[in-house]
Design a protein around this ligand. Structure first.
Ligand SMILES: NC(=O)c1ccc[n+]([C@@H]2O[C@H](COP(=O)([O-])OP(=O)(O)OC[C@H]3O[C@@H](n4cnc5c(N)ncnc54)[C@H](OP(=O)(O)O)[C@@H]3O)[C@@H](O)[C@H]2O)c1
Length: 295
């Protein structure tokens, strides 16, 4: 198949593009400033901004399938304010769907997130929820993925945890409350590719998590243990983090505001793990601890 991946040189995108190319698909990664050096396989690049229709529409011509991955991180406050989530996730999806429909693209895969909901508690979650609605209302053969946090080489999960904390003793907002079910990119990318190779996935929304549920405190301890350091984690209620400046005080360089604190109150776990749809049981999936080498 001829496949376009928007946000294709990002963390998920570059792994997806390599997996697609290794399975014999023709792959083009679109972003505003593509970096061809991130790919191990044979992947073309295209320049385009999903918030500017005329800049990206031609990249959709002649494609059999599109993965829409363009993202702003949920973990950091976007420069330009929280409205940017709607410009990029919602407006970008509207443009990608329109371009796919105008060019007769058959398959469209939308990367969403667990908890995506137009009425949700953060701008990221609301924009993701509205974007899902745009995809479902389209004339396309769509599939939607809602993964928990995805880890692997070049991710921002471990680095974000380290930025929020210090070794030995650390205060951490939501340390005991927010729970993640991290999925390894090496397990997740093949599921994404399977979804376009089999027509049985059209019209489905999949929630995907890894083999273990971890609190943010658990994640922090694993990340430091992998470096041979121990850490005592002191839970800080996220209500404190929402008070302007309270959390930002100790970590002044991190663009972390009330929306990001709110995101640490939302469980990031799946009720039923749709990894099974792709023939994977939780026991088959790589754990975060194993990836860090601290089993
Ligand atoms: N990583 C996770 O743990 C995780 C968890 C759940 C869901 N997701 C979802 O998975 C998808 C991929 O996430 P990721 O972690 O791979 O993100 P990422 O590493 O931040 O990559 C984002 C990509 O989007 C491109 N991009 C950003 N703004 C753009 C614009 N206006 N026009 C065109 N391209 C643009 C970036 O390149 P340029 O900056 O050069 O344009 C980059 O290629 C996202 O939809 C994200 O919400 C990720």
């Amino acid at each position: 198949m001829d496949v376009l991946v928007t946000g294709g040189d990002g963390f998920v995108g570059r792994n997806l593009c390599d997996e697609l190319a290794e399975r014999g698909h023709d792959v083009t990664a679109l972003s505003r400033d593509p970096d061809p050096s991130v790919f191990e396989a044979d992947v073309d690049t295209a320049i385009g901004d999903v918030t500017a229709y005329d800049s990206m529409k031609e990249a959709f011509a002649g494609r059999d399938a599109v993965f829409n991955l363009v993202a702003l991180s949920a973990l950091y406050q976007p420069s330009g304010g929280e409205e940017r989530h709607f410009e990029v996730h919602l407006g970008g999806t509207e443009n990608a769907v329109r371009a796919a429909e105008e060019h007769g693209v058959e398959r469209f895969v939308q990367m969403s997130a667990l908890g995506a909901d137009p009425q949700g508690p953060t701008a990221y979650i609301r924009a993701k929820g509205e974007a899902e609605g745009v995809v479902r209302d389209s004339a396309l053969d769509w599939t939607i993925f809602r993964p928990s946090v995805v880890f692997g080489d070049g991710d921002e999960f471990a680095s974000f945890t380290k930025m929020l904390t210090t070794p030995y003793v650390t205060g951490l907002p939501g340390a005991d409350t927010v729970r993640f079910q991290p999925i390894w990119i090496g397990d997740f990318a093949p599921m994404l590719v399977d979804s376009i190779e089999d027509g049985g996935h059209v019209g489905e929304t999949y929630e995907i998590g890894g083999p273990a549920v971890l609190t943010l405190g658990d994640v922090t301890k694993l990340v430091y243990r992998a470096e041979g350091k121990s850490v005592s984690v002191i839970h800080i209620p996220t209500s404190l983090a929402k008070v302007g400046g309270t959390l930002i005080g100790p970590i002044p360089l991190i663009p972390f505001g009330p929306n990001q604190a709110r995101s640490l109150e939302i469980d990031n776990t799946v009720a039923d793990n749709d990894a099974t749809v792709f023939g994977r049981t939780p026991a088959d999936l790589r754990s975060f601890a194993d990836y860090l080498g601290v089993t």
